[in-house]
Design a protein around this ligand. Sequence first.
Ligand code: MRU
Length: 333
Amino acid sequence: MRIKTDDGIKDMRAVWREGNIVKMIDQRYLPNELIIFSAKNADDIHMAIKEMVVRGAPCIGVTAAYGMAQAFEKRVDTSEAASKIKSARPTAYDLFYAVDHMQEQVKQGKDPSEAADDYALSVINKCRAIGENGAKMIEDGYNILTHCNAGALATVDHGTALAPMRVGKEQEKNIFVYVDETRPRLQGAKLTAWELYNEDIRHTVIADNAAGHYIQRGHIDMVIVGTDRIAANGDIANKIGTYEKAVVAKENGVPFYVAAPVTTFDPNTESGMDIPIEERDPKEVTIMDGVRVVSPGSNANNPAFDVTPSRYITGYITEKGIYTPDDLEDMFD
Ligand code: MRU
């Protein structure tokens, strides 16, 4: 991803490997500081995923894959490392997929570091293809709404929901992005806006509550979001607040696209209602940037994701092409 720094433009990934150390942009400090976090063992990887040093389903998957490579190389108990890493967050299917994939690869005799590098590269290439497929749906002059951050930070590079916007920009399409701020952790305001600023893609941040207003007034031509898991029936889990955007989009005849690599599809989870939804610390709601914003004595609830039923989804933008809820099974042909 392109990052503007005081020393000029840098091209960085969200997570990478330097020998046996897993390095990642510490997303907790963006957009104000570009700090690199180094993970040296499975405990560090677990912490980095749980505390959201890295976040976003594909990026969590790649971090887990590098963490598993590290465990194999260090010859520690890899089943223990696998359970520890998998327990970091419950919703993103990529986390479980990546850990199982690494165990399988090593069982088949593949070098662990090489397997993790290949996995990271495959995610990057898939995201690029998602960008190219998704850009076909973007017309010159489009206003696009997105929720949370499904950009390069969430996927190592390019992004899922943001990849079609990056490719659209390369194709010199004049696009404008409405970015939901995405309470409580503000991934939209802090991360998506930062990525779009770095890519010189025109955008504005809106309060989460404003999205319906802009959709209703005809300001939005399409919605593109990412997802943490696609259930067998096509329902998706994504950042809390996605569901209501999808309902309002359908009500107003605005297409609602979900961008994800095929590996986010979980054939073993029948419907969206079976997807485990992470409950995070209420302090993420009550305290913002160190300041309590909720009245003393009041509690808060903090579900991190919600489920959007497939009937609200116009299409799934994948590396293999774009599928509707009715032809989703063709994704595996
Ligand atoms: O809690 P987060 O920040 O990990 O949630 C991220 C999202 O909801 C993303 O939209 C999803 O993981 C897809 S990332 C390409």
